[in-house]
Ligand binder design. Structure first.
Ligand SMILES: O=C(O)[C@H](O)[C@@H](O)[C@H](O)[C@H](O)COP(=O)(O)O
Length: 221
């Protein structure tokens, strides 16, 4: 069973997550002089990303990447890159390097560039949908088994069966190379999905979290 941390509310979870992510990044900076953070998108991360942007770090030596991206223009409301720019890359954190996934024009070129420039993260923060997807590894998607094999390319293209937008996403081959993976979950429904995954329900979130060397879950109501 993975470590599961309950918080009384989202604000305290977001604050604790930001402090702990910053500490891990600072340790990577001490160890190697560089630090890499890969984050997920969606509706939930804005709070912890804003809390992280306020953390004291040598942001100029931190590179922020995306776990996945919707293939939409950078100014689209569903763009994960837009979320990161709006919520994280503000104030001192604006000095961080940022590597968007989608160039806004060509999925093929974006996929090739992402794969060629992939660097394993020191810290990866994942979310989960109520269908048990994480990153953009959606149940029932074409190519999912290959993306969850743990072998092959670091990124792939996924057409979600029941969610908007074609996606570029890290595969398990990339996610399993992260130094520390945190799954951040909100609400009773997602907690129940996670518990089902822990009881053996074959969901992408279970396949991923079960294969990464160091992972934990942070939950808030
Ligand atoms: O691009 C994305 O959508 C995310 O990377 C995805 O994996 C997200 O973490 C879950 O879908 C949860 O999203 P919410 O936070 O919106 O519930």
């Amino acid at each position: 069973m993975l470590p599961f941390h309950d918080y009384p509310d989202r604000a305290s979870r977001d604050c604790a997550l930001a402090v702990d992510v910053a500490a891990r990044l600072a340790e990577a900076l001490r160890r190697t002089g560089q630090a890499r953070l890969d984050v997920s998108g969606g509706r939930s991360p804005a709070g912890w990303l804003r809390a992280l942007s306020r953390q004291p770090l040598d942001w100029g030596r931190v590179t922020v990447g995306l776990v996945d991206e919707r293939c939409v223009p950078a100014d689209h409301p569903d763009s994960n890159a837009a979320l990161v720019r709006r919520a994280l890359l503000q104030g001192p954190a604006a000095a961080a390097g940022f590597r968007p996934l989608y160039d806004g024009h060509s999925v093929g070129r974006s996929l090739a560039e992402a794969g060629a420039s992939f660097i394993p993260a020191d810290v990866t923060v994942l979310g989960m949908g109520e269908d048990g997807h994480t990153a953009s590894l959606f149940p029932g998607a074409a190519g999912l088994e290959a993306a969850l094999s743990g072998q092959g390319p670091a990124f792939t293209v996924i057409e979600p069966p029941a969610a908007a937008h074609r996606r570029l996403t890290q595969t398990l081959a990339a996610l399993r190379r992260s130094g520390w993976v945190v799954l951040s979950l909100d609400g009773a429904d997602k907690r129940a999905v996670w518990q089902a995954a822990q009881r053996g329900c074959d969901l992408p979130v279970a396949r991923v979290l079960g294969a990464v060397p160091a992972a934990e879950v942070r939950w808030a109501p």
